[in-house]
Design a protein around this ligand. Structure first.
Ligand SMILES: [Zn+2]
Length: 473
C-alpha cells in the first residue's frame, strides 16, 4: 500500500473483526446460557481462590522464618496449570461439571491466567497503561458472559437465521447472518471464537473473525476534511457541515434516574440473603435504559464515521486527550456522551477498509487558536468564546469551523513537501497501517482559499503548558 492517499487499491488486507449478533434464545436455551456463564465464573473464582490460598500460606510460612526452599511450592498460574488442576479435582469440587461444555471452564481459567499475567507484567513495569491490580472475584450479579474457542462454533448455513454453539446447539438470531455466512462460504472469513453475553436483558454473540477484506478505493480520493470534535456539536467539518451532538445520555437521564432510584429502594443482594424478585426486575429495567443509551450513541457514531470515510479521501482529526478532558467535571458527562474515544477507534479501522488516509494532528497543535486565514496564533482563547476573531486579518468565524479548517490545512501539508519550520507534527496513518511522522508545511488549505502571503507570521511557538481546555471546542 502506497502512502499517496490510499488510491492503491485492489489489494486485500487481513483484519480481525468482531461480528456481534443479537440472539433470540428460547427459555430453555437461556437457562443453559446462564449455566455456562456461571460455569465460567466458577472456574475463574475457584482458580483464583486456590492461588490466593497458596500465596497466603506461603506468606504465613515466611513469617515464621522458613526459607524459600522450605515454603509450600508456588502453584502454577498458567491456564494450562489451572485446567490440569481442575481436571484432577472437578469430580469432588464440582460434581455437576458435565452439565456444561468444557469450553466454559477452559475460558474461565484462560481469563484468570490473562488477569494474572497482566498483574505480573504491570508490577514488573513491562506492561503499558495504567497499573493493573491482582484479580478479584467475579460476582454472580456482574456481567454474564461465556467464551467458546473450539468445537462446533459458527453459523447454521441452511437458513442464515441461526448460530451454533457447543453443547447448546442452534440458537435463533434476531437478524440475518447472511453477510458473515457469505464470507465464510467464500473462504474469506474464518470464525475463531464466540463470546455470548447478556446486556440490558438481551443476549448477543460476538464472533471473532479473521476476514480477508478487499481494500476499497476512496470515492473522492482528493477530498480532504478536518474534523473538530466538540460538546455542542459532536463534529464540525471543515466543509462547514455541523453534526449536532445527540446527547443521548442527558436525554435519557430522567428515565435512568427513575430506574436507579427504584432499584435503590428494593432489597438487593446482601450477605446470606437472596435479592428480591422486585430488585431483579428493577435492575433489568435500569440495565435496559443504559443499554439503550449505549446503542443510540454507537449508532450515531457509526453513521458519522461511515459518512466520513465514504465522502473523503483524507481525514484529519485531533489527538484528543480524552482521559485528561474528562477530569474537567463540568464537561465530563458531555464528553462521555460524545464518545470521542469510540469515534477515533471506528474511524481508524474504517479508514483502513476504505483506503482513506487518516491524519492525526499533534496533541499540542493550537488548532483552535490559529487563524485559518492568516495563520497567526492567539495567545489565549477562552472556552466561552464561541466565535474566533482574528486581530491580524479581521477574520470572524465560528470557533469550531476555524479549528476544523486548520486541521484540514494540516493534511494538505502532510502530503506535500517537508517544511523546515513547522511547529505541528501530524502522524499519518496510511491505509496499510504504517505510521509515518511528518512535519507539515504551512501553505495551502483544504478550503480552497489562497495560500497565506509568505513570511511575517507571528508567534507560532505558542503551546505553553497544559491547556487541556483548548481541545474542548
Ligand atoms: Zn487572521
Amino acid at each position: 500500500m502506497s502512502d499517496d492517499g490510499g488510491r492503491d487499491c485492489g489489494g486485500t488486507t487481513r483484519v480481525t473483526q468482531a461480528y456481534r449478533i443479537a440472539l433470540e434464545p428460547t427459555a430453555a436455551q437461556q437457562a443453559m446460557l446462564r449455566s455456562h456463564c456461571g460455569a465460567q465464573r466458577f472456574a475463574y473464582n475457584t482458580g483464583l481462590a486456590r492461588i490466593r490460598a497458596n500465596l497466603s500460606q506461603r506468606h504465613a510460612e515466611a513469617s515464621y522464618g522458613l526459607t524459600e526452599e522450605h515454603l509450600t511450592p508456588l502453584v502454577g498460574w498458567s491456564g494450562y496449570d489451572l485446567r490440569r488442576w481442575f481436571n484432577s479435582v472437578k469430580d469432588t469440587l464440582a460434581p455437576w461439571w458435565a452439565e456444561n461444555s468444557k469450553e466454559a471452564y477452559s475460558s474461565g481459567f484462560a481469563h484468570l491466567a490473562t488477569g494474572l499475567t497482566n498483574f505480573r507484567t504491570s508490577k514488573k513495569g513491562t506492561r503499558k497503561g495504567p497499573k493493573v491490580g491482582f484479580p478479584t472475584f467475579k460476582h454472580k450479579h456482574g456481567k454474564q458472559s461465556v467464551t467458546f474457542t473450539t468445537g462446533a462454533i459458527g453459523l447454521v448455513n441452511t437458513d442464515s437465521r441461526h448460530i451454533k454453539l457447543p453443547r447448546i446447539g442452534a440458537i435463533r438470531t434476531a437478524e440475518s447472518t447472511r453477510k458473515l455466512a457469505r464470507r465464510v462460504r467464500n473462504g474469506t472469513a474464518s470464525i475463531g471464537s464466540a463470546t455470548v453475553s447478556c446486556t440490558g436483558g438481551r443476549w448477543f454473540v460476538s464472533f471473532v473473525v479473521t476476514v480477508q477484506r478487499r481494500i476499497h478505493a476512496p470515492h473522492f480520493p482528493d477530498a480532504v476534511v478536518g474534523v473538530d470534535l466538540g460538546v455542542k456539536n459532536l463534529a464540525v467539518l471543515s466543509t462547514g457541515e455541523m453534526i449536532p451532538a445527540a446527547k443521548h445520555y442527558r436525554q435519557a437521564q430522567k428515565r435512568r434516574r427513575k430506574a436507579a432510584r427504584k432499584l435503590a429502594r428494593r432489597r438487593g443482594p446482601a450477605r446470606g440473603a437472596r435479592p428480591s424478585n422486585r430488585w431483579q426486575r428493577a435492575r433489568a429495567e435500569l440495565a435496559k435504559a443504559e443499554a439503550r443509551v449505549a446503542n443510540q450513541r454507537r449508532d450515531g457514531l457509526h453513521k458519522l464515521t461511515s459518512h466520513l470515510v465514504r465522502e473523503f479521501g483524507t481525514i484529519v482529526i485531533e489527538d484528543l486527550n480524552v482521559a485528561g478532558m474528562v477530569r474537567n467535571r463540568c464537561l465530563a458527562k458531555s464528553i462521555h456522551d460524545g464518545g470521542f474515544g469510540e469515534f477515533r477507534r471506528q474511524l481508524t479501522y474504517k479508514s483502513t477498509w476504505y483506503g482513506v488516509r487518516l491524519v492525526v494532528a499533534d496533541r499540542f497543535c493550537p488548532s483552535s487558536k490559529t487563524c485559518s486565514r492568516c495563520r497567526s496564533v492567539k495567545a489565549k482563547l477562552g472556552l466561552r468564546e464561541r466565535v474566533f476573531r482574528c486581530e491580524v486579518c479581521g477574520l470572524v468565524l465560528d470557533r469550531d469551523l476555524n479549528a476544523a479548517r486548520n486541521l484540514a490545512a494540516l493534511a494538505v501539508s502532510a502530503v506535500g513537501p517537508r517544511a523546515s519550520s513547522a511547529s505541528c507534527v501530524a502522524t499519518v496513518n496510511v491505509p496499510a497501517g504504517n505510521r509515518v511522522r511528518r512535519a507539515p508545511a504551512r501553505s495551502g488549505t483544504a478550503t480552497g482559499r489562497p495560500a497565506p502571503s509568505g513570511a511575517g507570521q507571528p508567534g507560532r511557538s505558542n503551546p505553553t503548558g497544559q491547556d487541556t481546555g483548548r481541545h474542548i471546542s
